[in-house]
Design a protein around this ligand. Structure first.
Ligand SMILES: [Zn+2]
Length: 464
């Protein structure tokens, strides 16, 4: 082994032009990388197997002896503005429909560019501190003045250095028109489609290693018009981007759909041209056997949101059957008012727990839960360059220490992260650059962020 520079990382220091050996971790979630990985130019250049050393000279060594290393976690469903209404007195202890009815007027009245920016910053920071390296945010709320929501999110993701799929949501049916949105939160169809096209043109980067991509995301098929669903699918195909929506989250939704339309949500999805592998669905809980097969055959992905599903008593996702049928299954923290946090490694633990309740202890392992939070999530977002630790993949890595009391006595290090309950990463690397060091995001004043976000969130409590 040749090391031509001292061992160091530096504040936020990257690896461009350098070959850095992440050496001898406690464990790594990859085959044949017992002695770590070599990172070069933002990618994984080499896996170093048991008893081996890097084949080519390295310039730096990062001693990972305190760390368990996983692929960076990938979040496939969120609503970041909801950090402003966590544990809101008007909405706690309710299921989805009454929860939405309580919160929609509060959101529509209060969300503005300033608090939306702080909500995005806070949620992205929380996600990254939990080990997340790629985020997405289903941003469907567009009250007057928030036309530049996607631009704000692109800026915030860029500043923090996290990858993001900007998920341009939409709502165009109010309660009076048969939807469930407050009239202050909707836009007309032409405005929505024009902004989708603008956002794609400005931010959608389909190339390998992209830091920003765009997906199109009507809130749910039943709070937007059929025309918007159909035209969104056509636009996504034309611009080569993915599509996202909520589907089959609650029994109430199935009942509503049967009562108003006479068919089930998956049938409607098929009718509007959404049964294809550009699509990933949030929740995807209440599917029958036939629907699971049809979704799998079409390659439709499902974002499993275990924490939200338990908090809102929505039900249990059929993760194993969906995967067996051919659907990618990813993980999402879901909105911060139904979680009520943005902690993705916690969602990995919750996925294991609810999965065991749904199936049994042997059928759902910690490796299943990690797969959903990494490669499964990457597949939902349509990305082949992230989600696994392998040569040629992006160097997006999360490092967890086992130093806390909760891990003492643990045998299997990877299982310990899930079973003992890891909740924060000690270090996070995105595209070969350190973004979390010693448990803290590089360049972010956490106390100031907490203060500013808390300050703007107060208005949401005054409108009940
Ligand atoms: Zn959601």
């Amino acid at each position: 082994m040749v090391v031509s520079a001292p061992t160091q990382t530096g504040k936020g220091g990257g690896t461009m032009g350098d070959r850095v050996w992440i050496k001898d971790p406690i464990a790594v979630l990859a085959d044949g990388a017992e002695r770590g990985v070599v990172v070069e130019d933002g990618k994984i250049a080499e896996l170093v197997g048991k008893g081996a050393e890097p084949v080519n000279a390295v310039h730096k060594v990062f001693d990972a002896a305190r760390h368990v290393v996983t692929p960076g976690l990938i979040n496939t469903h969120h609503h970041m503005f909801q950090t402003l209404t966590r544990a809101h007195p008007a909405a706690i202890n309710k299921e989805l429909f009454p929860w939405l009815q309580a919160l929609f007027p509060i959101w529509a009245k209060n969300v503005n560019p300033e608090n939306f920016r702080l909500a995005t910053r806070l949620a992205l920071t929380e996600l990254m501190m939990s080990g997340c390296t790629t985020a997405s945010d289903h941003q469907y709320l567009y009250p007057p003045g928030l036309d530049e929501a996607m631009d704000i999110q692109a800026e915030e993701a860029g500043k923090l250095g996290i990858r993001m799929t900007l998920t341009r949501g939409s709502l165009n049916l109010t309660e009076e028109e048969g939807g469930n949105a407050n009239s202050g939160a909707v836009q007309d169809t032409d405005t929505i489609l024009a902004d989708c096209e603008r956002v794609i043109g400005r931010y959608h980067d389909a190339s390998e290693g992209a830091m920003l991509q765009v997906a199109l995301a009507p809130c749910a098929p039943f709070n937007v018009t059929k025309r918007l669903m159909v035209e969104t699918a056509a636009l996504a195909e034309r611009c080569n981007c993915h599509m996202h929506t909520h589907l089959a989250e609650t029994r109430d939704e199935i009942d509503y759909c049967m009562a108003h339309f006479g068919y089930r949500p998956v049938d409607y999805l098929e009718e509007v041209g959404w049964m294809n592998d550009r699509v990933w669905l949030a929740h995807g809980i209440h599917f029958n056997d036939d629907e699971v097969v049809r979704l799998g055959k079409a390659g439709v992905g499902v974002s499993h949101c275990p924490t939200s599903n338990m908090v809102l008593a929505s039900g249990q996702c059929r993760t194993k059957e969906l995967e067996a049928a051919g659907s990618p299954v990813g993980l999402g923290v879901d909105g911060s008012a139904s979680n009520d946090n943005s902690n993705l490694i916690e969602a990995v633990r919750h996925a294991l727990m609810i999965g065991r309740l749904t199936y049994n202890a042997e059928s759902v392992t910690h490796l299943d839960a990690f797969r959903w939070g990494t490669s499964g999530s990457a597949a939902c977002l349509g990305r082949k360059d992230i989600g696994t630790i392998a040569v040629g993949k992006q160097a997006d890595l999360s490092f967890y220490s086992l130093d806390e009391l909760r891990f003492s006595g643990a045998g299997d290090p990877l299982a310990a992260l899930v079973l003992c309950g890891a909740y924060k990463a000690d270090r996070v690397m995105v595209k070969g650059n350190w973004k979390i060091e010693d448990g803290a995001p590089v360049g972010v004043d956490l106390a100031e962020l907490r203060y500013e976000h808390g300050r703007v969130a107060k208005a949401f409590l005054e409108t009940v």
